[in-house]
Design a protein around this ligand. Structure first.
Ligand code: GUN
Ligand code: ZN
Length: 437
């Protein structure tokens, strides 16, 4: 039998979730833990995953095996909502959404009209994602098309799967940060032609949120989506109560906030709406009926005082949910820290977020929210080889807590509660190691 010529062979303790589920309680049965496992990838794809004992004969003697006997290897984390130009403004004090945008966000984003500046921050941003074990992200750029180029170029250098788009915004923002209905259409179309499906890059039509787009611009956005049904739509929805009241004033003929997007053809299975903290019952139904997805961003929702996202409601209504950091309203690039806050947001509503459900949201669940669960999210053969090597004992306190862990679930829960970038030992993208602590 001819042996596999592996580009990468990894041996260690592996943990993933095997299949997507309809209910949180079903996740437990999908947990796969391989104590002494082997993952082989060729040309970026997983060609073998299973027990070391069963797979070692596939390896030629000249193929080096990276062995992580003490660590835990999980699928790469997926961030379903983040703003790369806001990297430098994490921790902006004292405001809620609308004031925060005017006071901090718009001045920061104005800087990205300079392509060199955009390139510098894009490089930093991609490195920071990898340092935190995040291998895929759905990303807001700024209104400037060059900011999208800068991001895709930086992601391409690492072979990362990134979905991103130019912000559409033609009112209620500084003049230098506004496009027009026509330029939004023309510039986005050119970017789609240039980037969508180039390597691992994918494009998202990105209206900032309903208040900053005129009806003319939303019409153009819908037209673009109809022309390119395969591209994503990425925007914000029902984050803050003042925001929602403002949308109702601006669009009196629509039946609430989500109906604005729905009216212009912007809902659907490749539409991702960040936040959805205060959806009304008919909006939950519309999210379900259109197969639209939510990006749950707990650190942001707490930091801006936006509210508590009802995760149980999304399960009940069968609406897809991914996990988002929402940098720079969010306070960490790290998905372990994001899950730590997600747990507390659920506690405040009397709900429990189990460790395995947490892992699901950061990996396969987010892949499903991005309609990428056929390519990402676990170690299934044929999927793209994105994964992260974790040290569960990165600090003395973590080691003490882990020494008392009752079982794998308890150990994972301690990691999610206490973990951060210190736990990331190595990050692999498309089979290659792109970050090492
Ligand atoms: N709504 C509109 N723009 C933004 C943004 O940049 N961040 C957040 N969190 N919400 C928004
Ligand atoms: Zn956001």
């Amino acid at each position: 039998m001819s042996s596999v010529i592996a580009t990468t062979a990894i041996r260690g303790r592996f943990l993933d979730i095997q299949n997507t589920v309809a209910q949180a309680r079903e996740i437990h049965d999908q947990v796969r833990y391989v104590e002494d496992g082997l993952l082989i990838s060729q040309n970026g794809k997983i060609t073998y995953f299973g027990a070391w004992q069963d797979g070692q004969h596939l390896l030629d003697a000249n193929i080096p095996v990276e062995h992580y006997p003490q660590q835990l290897i999980v699928p790469g984390f997926i961030d379903t909502h983040i703003h790369f130009p806001q990297t430098e403004m994490i921790g902006a004090y004292g405001e809620q959404l609308l004031e925060w945008l005017n006071t901090y966000t718009f001045p920061t984003e104005l800087q990205f009209k300079e392509p060199e500046y955009a390139t510098k921050i894009a490089e930093f941003f991609i490195q920071e994602l990898l340092k935190n074990g995040t291998t895929t992200a759905l990303v807001f750029a700024t209104v400037h098309p060059e900011s999208v180029d800068a991001l895709f170029e930086a992601a391409t250098r690492k072979n990362m799967r990134v979905i991103a788009g130019k912000v559409l915004m033609d009112r209620h923002a500084p003049e230098d940060l506004c496009d027009t209905a026509d330029s939004a259409y023309t510039d986005s179309k050119a970017l789609i032609e240039k980037w969508h499906g180039q390597g691992r890059n994918l494009y998202a039509i990105t209206p900032r949120f309903a208040p900053t787009s005129t009806e003319a611009q939303l019409t153009k956005a819908g037209q673009l989506k109809a022309e390119y049904p395969d591209v994503y739509v990425h925007t914000h929805l029902s984050e803050n109560k003042n925001e929602i009241a403002w949308v109702k004033e601006l669009f009196p003929s629509q039946n609430g906030y989500l109906d604005v997007y729905h009216h212009y053809g912007l809902t659907g299975s490749k539409s991702v709406f960040a936040h959805c903290v205060h959806l009304e019952e008919h909006e939950w139904q519309c999210m379900h009926d259109t197969d639209s997805a939510i990006a749950f961003c707990p650190t942001s929702n707490l930091f801006l005082g936006s509210g508590l996202f009802p995760l149980h409601k999304a399960w009940e209504k069968q609406v897809k949910v991914g996990l988002g950091t929402d940098i720079g309203a969010g306070t960490s690039f790290n998905q372990l820290q994001t899950l730590n806050e997600a747990y507390k947001v659920q506690q405040l509503q009397g709900n429990k977020l189990s460790a395995f459900e947490a892992l699901y949201h950061a990996t396969l669940g987010s892949a499903k929210a991005l309609s990428l669960d056929d390519k990402l999210g676990n170690f299934k053969q044929g999927k793209e080889a994105d994964f992260v090597v974790l040290d569960l004992n990165a600090t003395a306190l973590q080691a003490l807590r882990q020494s008392r862990a009752k079982n794998l679930e308890d150990s994972l829960f301690a990691l999610v509660t206490m973990g951060d970038d210190r736990n990331i030992v190595a990050t692999y993208v498309f089979g290659q190691c792109v970050y090492q602590a």
